[in-house]
Design a protein around this ligand. Structure first.
Ligand SMILES: [Ca+2]
Length: 128
């Protein structure tokens, strides 16, 4: 008699390793901190694992920016870590306001992430 257990295990592995499409969208921030020397000019860099998915445009002179960019990645895996780095663009060196990291789960999710130097990043993603 041939056990079907190894086959079932194989199928499970294949399912859990199946690449999925990640769509990250609706990026907004609120109450970004200002410094004395410059306006708050926010932008966000997006990564999935070690892969850079790009960055948003700079929203000049607002503590409550929103970004219309969407980020798509077709090789995402469940439990991959998505990283969002929020910066304040400045003349010489851009300030890192905070970093948000989260492990991807199937479905559509909306998250608020408190940034180290102040303010909150809001974003949504769909994995599926
Ligand atoms: Ca600035």
């Amino acid at each position: 008699m041939v056990s079907i257990f190894p086959v079932a295990l194989l199928v499970l592995c294949a399912l859990s390793l199946a690449q999925a499409q990640l769509r990250l969208f609706n990026l907004r921030a609120s109450n970004l901190p200002s410094d004395l020397l410059s306006t708050v000019d926010g932008y966000v860099k997006v990564f999935c694992g070690a892969t850079s998915l790009g960055k948003t445009a700079v929203r000049k002179d607002t503590a409550n920016p929103w970004w219309e960019e969407e980020f798509n990645y077709f090789h995402a895996l469940e439990n991959d870590e998505v990283t969002l780095e929020v910066y304040d663009a400045d003349l010489l060196f851009d300030d890192l306001v905070g970093v948000c990291q989260r492990q991807l789960q199937p479905g559509t999710h909306q998250h608020d992430c408190f940034l180290k130097k102040g303010g909150t990043l809001h974003y949504s993603y769909t994995l599926g």
